[in-house]
Write a protein that binds this ligand. Structure first.
Ligand code: FES
Length: 130
């Protein structure tokens, strides 16, 4: 298991402890005017990452920072038109894009940090046409 000194800092998204159990956290990765906007979920200790782009009309899910959940915390919600997504697979379970899914971002957890997986093409994921 890697220790902190061995981490590839260019791939670090956040510390694992910054994502509450059952909760979500938004992030950006990459530079320029259009960095990748993503979100992290944590369920039963397992962290998943998705592009923060709704498959309905391509809007970001949230309006306020890190605000992705329904009031009961059970599902992700798109604030534009109300699409609901389950948190582990990013599958839309209700709303105008039911049956479609958020685009997954490959990540890994190491030494208490969440990192983009090696080789993740941030520019391609950030491109709405990609
Ligand atoms: S853009 Fe998300 S529900 Fe319409």
């Amino acid at each position: 298991m890697a220790d902190e000194s061995e981490l590839d800092l260019t791939r670090v998204i956040c510390a694992l402890e910054e994502i509450p159990e059952g909760g979500c956290r938004g992030f950006t990765a990459g530079g320029g005017d259009w960095p990748l906007r993503g979100l992290l979920t944590r369920e039963d200790g397992v962290v998943q990452a998705f592009v923060n782009r709704c498959p309905h009309a391509g809007h970001p899910l949230n309006l306020r920072p890190h605000d992705f959940l329904t009031p009961d915390g059970a599902l992700l919600v798109c604030r534009s038109h109300g699409a609901l997504f389950e948190k582990s697979e990013g599958l839309c379970v209700a709303g105008p894009c039911a049956g479609r899914a958020l685009t997954r971002v490959a990540i890994e957890v190491s030494a208490g940090y969440v990192l983009l997986a090696p080789g993740v093409d941030v520019e391609r994921l950030a491109d709405p046409a990609g």
